[in-house]
Design a protein around this ligand. Structure first.
Ligand code: GTP
Ligand code: MG
Length: 202
């Protein structure tokens, strides 16, 4: 994908604050610190578009970005971060769930997992939940640069066995070294094209 422009559009808590457009949306889900915001920056070829932090819990709310005026990337707050206050956590769950459940033009969810680790209970819950809702989802394995090629191949095998067979693909990537992004863009562009065709018929 050639990135002509990438822009932040808005942050939302409730569905009334989502952008009023028919742009196909692709969401990044996963635990805090897995690299959701970094992946958006890498995919958009822009360093500071989405805010990244070494400490987990950086992204709050549902954040909408738009690429080339035609496809939207949605950065979600991460789950599984113990140090976030209980009251904050109580609002994050429903906020993410409402978006994932109700958003019509959401055509693909990317579930991010750190390639070095086995999925957590919450990761597996999210995976099962996505499968049950019938959403099209892909698995993105982040931080591949922290492993050697050999380790990457081994982890890919291990993870494949731990995950459901329903994902539309498993994509190892590095937001640091910018690897694996072309294949991912291909998946995303296909999903967006399909959504554009479907929405014309609505
Ligand atoms: N080496 C390496 N580090 C990465 C990669 N992706 C993200 N990181 C680092 O991981 C940390 C967390 O990245 P974020 O993109 O903020 O993670 P997030 O999933 O958006 O986290 P929350 O907003 O807290 O949910 C940062 O220090 C990033 O620099 C990667 O592909 N390789
Ligand atoms: Mg983030």
């Amino acid at each position: 994908m050639i990135i002509k422009n990438a822009e932040f559009i808005t942050s939302a808590v409730e569905s009334s604050q989502y952008p009023d457009w028919d742009c196909p949306e692709i969401a990044m889900a996963g635990r805090s610190n897995v690299g959701k915001s970094s992946l958006i920056n890498a995919l958009c070829n822009r360093k500071g578009l989405a805010r990244v932090a070494a400490a987990p819990g950086k992204t709050r709310l549902v954040n909408f970005y738009r690429v080339n005026g035609e496809i939207s990337l949605v950065d979600l707050a991460g789950y599984g971060y113990a140090r976030v206050a209980k009251t904050t956590k109580a609002t994050w769950g429903p906020m993410i769930e409402t978006y994932l459940k109700t958003r019509q033009q959401l055509c693909l969810v990317l579930l991010l997992l750190d390639m070095r680790h086995d999925p957590s209970e919450e990761d597996l819950l999210m995976e099962r939940w996505l499968q049950a809702t019938g959403r099209t989802y892909g698995i993105v394995l982040t931080k591949a640069d922290k492993l050697t090629r050999q380790e990457q191949a081994r982890r890919l095998d291990v993870l494949r066995n731990l995950l459901l067979p329903d994902a539309c693909g498993i994509f190892p990537v590095s937001a640091d070294k910018w690897t694996g992004l072309d294949d991912l863009w291909q998946l995303m562009a296909d999903a967006a094209n399909r959504e554009n065709t479907i929405s014309k018929g609505r």
